[in-house]
Design a protein around this ligand. Sequence first.
Ligand SMILES: NC(=O)c1ccc[n+]([C@@H]2O[C@H](COP(=O)([O-])OP(=O)(O)OC[C@H]3O[C@@H](n4cnc5c(N)ncnc54)[C@H](O)[C@@H]3O)[C@@H](O)[C@H]2O)c1
Length: 208
Amino acid sequence: MKDAMTPATTIERLPIYYRCLQKLDRMDVDVISSKDLGERIGIPSTQVRKDLSYYGEFGRRGVGYEVPVLLKHLRKILGLAQEWEIVLVGAGDLGHALSKYGGFKKLGLNINHVLDVDSDKVGSKLGDVEIQHIDELVDVVKENNVDIGIIAAPGDYAQEIADELVGAGVKAIWNFAPARIKLPPEIELRNEDLSIGLISLAYHLSRK
Ligand SMILES: NC(=O)c1ccc[n+]([C@@H]2O[C@H](COP(=O)([O-])OP(=O)(O)OC[C@H]3O[C@@H](n4cnc5c(N)ncnc54)[C@H](O)[C@@H]3O)[C@@H](O)[C@H]2O)c1
């Protein structure tokens, strides 16, 4: 089924299924019913079946889903059957946190390049990645076939950085800067705002 027909909420749930199945696989669980899978991630079994039906027929009626098989399919669907080369722009507090988080590497999402404008930071290491000067952006992207760029620099520079990333060949941008950046339609853009989660907690608490 085409992505355009898959609801955004289903796509957002795929990584949750994936993580849950990885855990089950580590526990040597071979088969899981849609009911058990739904309970583990807090949604009804009907929703599980509907979500997965957008991508094929994976389960067996009355039996459930074979965990390793579904995991393999989801890995492919999520684009995690391959390794991704990623450049991070901005080696500040957020850049440190993102770069040092080990979970991305385990998924094959490799933040192998970090760029910054601050000459005091250039040459120092973030984990085992050496920070390079922002002037190296084009070479870094081209020489390493970088597909994904992360912007963790101030908002005032976000558009300029995004344009440079795209010009160099990056196909997707994860933007943390508080700026509305404009990109060609073929470039995937995800704007992230961690405060949304915290504000929603405050919203719900204030109504109790
Ligand atoms: N979306 C979110 O949830 C979220 C959360 C935290 C921070 N942020 C945003 O992320 C960005 C970084 O936040 P931070 O707390 O790490 O800030 P920071 O000041 O600690 O780090 C910013 C880094 O960007 C570098 N930089 C500045 N201009 C640059 C340029 N033109 N090219 C390359 N590097 C450049 C600086 O030298 C610095 O190392 C800010 O825009 C901030 O608003 C967003």
